[in-house]
Design a protein around this ligand. Structure first.
Ligand SMILES: *Cc1c(COP(=O)(O)O)cnc(C)c1O
Length: 446
């Protein structure tokens, strides 16, 4: 099988074709589901070559699988990146991305407005392993710079914060990272291409929960680490896990064999191979081939769905801003949001489809709204094709004190909405009736 020649095609086309050529035996047009754990070795020499990384090929599905490989190549192609490693969840991708280049006693600097699961992973398990996350206000790249010391191994942030919809100065943060010869990792779950390509703005490594817009239909958990492939781990001089012989994999030197230089067998893959052979092999959060196949189906319509999500989101945000039952809307695509100008620069199609808005009447009105929606689904998820809503104060953030809630940007009447791709009038009609119901008891009580 040869790879599709991706160089000249746009991401919209690559999302449908990259990473797969119909195989000669079956001529199957769709990517097949290779539901297998293991692969035949032709003979002992072939087996030895595979284990020695002398030849590309599959050994065991924890390390690689042809269906997952098509997904990884397609993800890399829509980003113009060197490669990708798919994982069984977004949380696993984030852990691998960080743990591949940090050890006990080292630290990394991260923006503070993170997805809740990421925040707890950084604060608890990583901390227990001796890896320190230093949280800074992500609005100012100078805050990242101040927290860096000689043990800092990476900078981390998200492309659009949730639920505040903050858009930070990604290029400024990347510039700080590169001045200190460390990579910038960005979680781009909420704005995959064509909405935002992190590698066009200085980011070195992107992490994803494929569970959200890329899968797109709320059916499967998955994640990915995507590497642009041009970070110079050798020149940085502080990543021995990549640039020195790896005892965990009989002395392979990932940089010499796969680094971004002319002598490499396949350049640009050193960091990803460290993840695949050092973390995936030993910790095992491999995706199931079936889920990889579902993510491939998602990728094929991602460009269409992404545009439909953001077009609906912009219209819903404008509608909510004018609604008498709504006091504020935190959508960076609305003039008046503090990051409006930056959002226009980074997200010309629109800054995602997940944002928060505040209902008049606090906690009780928020609950009444949620109980009144009929089309929108009340779930703890985002970026399903369907419109989703949640009231953080009574659900995701209920265990925090009122003060902690406010620090996390969670006000009593805050609703988080993930705008789906249903007919716009139907979404607006549902929101309008639920907003009116949210105010009813307040008027009766008054
Ligand atoms: C959902 C999510 C994750 C975690 O992904 P899972 O697939 O649920 O493990 C990480 N980051 C962001 C921004 C998310 O929305």
């Amino acid at each position: 099988m040869t790879d599709f020649e991706p160089d000249d095609y746009s991401p919209d086309t690559l999302a449908l074709h990259a990473g797969h050529t119909p195989d000669r035996d079956t001529l199957s047009r769709a990517v097949p589901i290779y539901q297998t754990t293991s692969y035949l070795f032709r003979d002992t020499g072939h087996a030895a070559d595979l284990f020695e990384l002398k030849k590309p090929g599959n050994i065991y599905t924890r390390l690689s699988n042809p269906t997952t490989d098509a997904l990884e190549k397609r993800l890399a192609a829509i980003h113009g990146a060197a490669g990708a490693v798919a994982t069984s969840s977004g949380m696993a991708a984030i852990f691998y991305a960080v743990a591949a280049i940090t050890s006990a006693g080292q630290n990394f600097v991260t923006g503070d407005k993170l997805y809740g699961g990421t925040y707890t992973q950084f604060c608890f398990p990583l901390k227990r392993f001796g890896i320190e996350a230093r949280f800074v206000d992500s609005r100012d790249p100078a805050d990242f710079e101040q927290a860096i010391d000689e043990n800092t191994r990476l900078l981390y942030t998200e492309s659009i914060g949730n639920p505040k919809g903050n858009v930070d100065d990604i290029e400024g943060i990347a510039e700080v990272a590169h001045r200190h010869k460390i990579p910038l990792i960005v979680d781009n779950t909420v704005a995959p291409p064509p909405l935002f390509n992190p590698f066009e703005h200085g980011v070195d490594i992107a992490v994803y929960s494929l569970t959200k817009m890329i899968g797109g239909h709320g059916t499967s958990l998955g994640g990915a680490v995507v590497d642009k492939g041009d970070f110079d781990w050798k020149a940085a001089g502080r990543y021995p896990e990549i640039t020195e012989p790896d005892l965990a994999y009989h002395g392979v030197n990932f940089w010499e064999r796969f680094g971004n230089h002319e002598k490499a067998v396949t350049p640009g893959l050193a960091y990803l191979l460290k993840i695949r052979l050092g973390l995936m092999r030993d910790l095992g959060a491999a995706p199931s081939p079936f889920n990889s196949w579902l993510f491939i189906q998602g990728l094929e319509t991602l460009p269409l769905r992404a545009r439909a999500h953001v077009a609906n989101a912009a219209a819903v945000a404008r509608f909510l801003r004018e609604h008498p039952a709504v006091t504020s809307v935190d959508y960076a695509g609305l003039p008046g949001h503090p990051d409006y100008e930056r959002a226009r620069y980074y997200f010309p199609l629109g800054p995602g489809a997940v944002f928060g808005f505040e209902i008049k009447g606090g906690v009780e009105a928020g609950k009444r709204f949620i109980n009144a929606v009929r089309l929108a689904s009340h779930v703890a998820n985002i970026l399903d094709a369907k419109t989703l809503v949640i009231h953080p104060a009574s659900t995701t953030h209920q265990q925090l004190s009122p003060e902690e809630q406010l620090n996390a940007g969670v006000t009593p009447g805050l609703i988080r909405i993930s705008v789906g791709i249903e007919n716009l009038e139907d979404i607006l009609g549902d929101l309008d009736q639920a907003l009116r119901r949210s105010q009813e008891a307040t008027t009766e009580e008054a």
